[in-house]
Design a protein around this ligand. Structure first.
Ligand SMILES: NC(=[NH2+])NCCC[C@H](N)C(=O)O
Ligand SMILES: [Mn+2]
Ligand SMILES: [Mn+2]
Length: 408
């Protein structure tokens, strides 16, 4: 007899996430584009990230596996055991399931935990599709105080097609920016293939200004406003963007890392009830809880593809100095990596943007190198690199008498 209550649903959705493994190949797509803001240099981001060894890192990645779990409270242990037996039977053999119970103080209920772990996932082929070629339009007057609207619109249309093609071909797509206005095309292209996607925006900034609220006019600070259905009647018609319509609901978006939000953005976040975690929230709750609530908010109702839009300025400027709009008090290295590890653990990452790496803005070559190698680290971690290591090359501990050649 199958359980029907909330626990059953919880276990089923947890289990389905352990069975998820969206894709077996990775596509890298470079988008050398900088017209979403006024500082040049961010168009060299894709080359700088590749020069930091991205393709080699991903090709040699030993994925340690994925893990996750839930905690629950129940009154009758036997019901749960039955549900778990069914769950275990339907699970693939390379998955470890672990259940633990302990009785509550009153003795009337049990606290339980259900943990799963997919061991060493196979490595996957990495395809570098090179860089897109963007044209700067000669005649492209300001719209209100927004610079380069047609150039940005057209670049995003091109990018949208490329991302849609990569996802449609079955790849997990890594988009290297470029400035953050590129998320318009990247998320739009992703949504063409996966209309039910959800969006995790890791950034110091909310990038949700409309042309009417933006203090700078820069489109990299307005990307989310172009995506949201809920803002449709607040957006003027910006030239260059007639090819797209907003498609995302405010409840399908979560921000992590905010610490520089403009007044017009704040009223939008509050009015639309968007889930966000500022750096203060991270201080208060800890990054572990932040990720738990984030993934619960987006995935509890149903498992669906994740679009991760990662602005490198989410990190503290001491770690990622080579970026156009640094803000003090950002994510630590460990917080940033934890975010991407947890997203990998869902098995649902479908597209990831890494944007705003500007190699011309580092004060020293070391500062640039720190930023680009950090970008490589978050990408590797989103794709399954684990901090605890992996042993894909070793099916067992090698013994001296065996004449085996080790793949190191
Ligand atoms: N993607 C970014 N780095 N955005 C920074 C945006 C800064 C500011 N909120 C603006 O709208 O101009
Ligand atoms: Mn930012
Ligand atoms: Mn941004």
């Amino acid at each position: 007899m199958a359980l029907r209550g909330p626990l059953s649903r919880l276990l089923r959705s947890t289990l389905s996430s352990c069975q998820q493994n969206r894709s077996h190949s990775v596509a890298i797509l470079g988008a050398p584009f900088s017209k979403g803001q006024k500082r040049r240099g961010v168009e060299h981001g894709p080359k700088a990230i590749r020069d930091a060894g991205l393709v080699e890192r991903l090709s040699n990645l030993e994925r340690g596996g994925r893990e996750g779990g839930v905690r629950f409270t129940v009154c009758r242990k036997d019901n749960v055991s039955e549900e778990l037996t069914q769950a275990t039977e339907s699970c693939k053999s390379d998955v470890d399931l672990n259940v633990a119970f302990h009785r509550s103080d009153t003795g009337r209920c049990y606290f339980g935990s259900f943990l799963w772990r997919v061991r060493n996932e196979p490595d996957y082929p990495v395809h570098d599709f090179g860089d897109l070629t963007f044209k700067h339009l000669e005649k492209d007057e300001h719209f209100m105080h927004v610079p380069f609207p047609r150039t940005v619109g057209r670049a995003n249309k091109l990018l949208s097609g490329a991302v849609s093609g990569a996802v449609g071909a079955g790849h997990t797509c890594i988009m290297l920016g470029g400035d953050h206005s590129l998320a318009i095309g990247s998320v739009e292209g992703h949504a063409q293939q996966c209309p039910d996607l959800c969006l995790i925006w890791v950034d110091a900034h909310a990038d949700i200004n409309t042309p009417l609220t933006s203090p700078s006019g820069n489109l990299h600070g307005q990307s989310v406003a172009f995506l949201l259905k809920d803002l449709q009647n607040k957006m003027p018609e910006v030239p260059g963007f007639s090819w797209m319509k907003p498609f995302l609901s405010a409840r399908d978006l979560v921000y992590i890392g905010l610490r520089d939000v403009d007044p017009g953005e704040h009223i939008i976040l509050k009015t639309l009830g968007i889930q966000y975690f500022s750096m203060r929230d991270i201080d208060r709750m800890g990054i572990q809880r932040v990720m738990e609530v984030t993934l619960d908010h987006l995935l509890a109702r149903k498992q669906r593809p994740i679009h991760l839009s990662f602005d490198i300025d989410a990190f503290d400027p001491s770690l990622a100095p080579a970026t156009g709009t640094p803000v003090n008090g950002g994510l630590t290295y460990r917080e940033g990596i934890y975010v991407t590890e947890e997203i990998h653990n869902t098995g649902l990452l479908s597209v990831m943007d890494v944007v705003e790496v500007n190699p011309t803005l580092g004060a020293t070559p070391e500062a640039v190198e720190a930023t680009t190698s950090l970008a490589v680290d978050v990408i590797a971690s989103a794709l399954g690199q684990t901090r605890e290591g992996a042993h894909v090359a070793f099916p067992k501990i090698p013994e001296p008498k065996e004449d085996t050649e080790l793949r190191l």
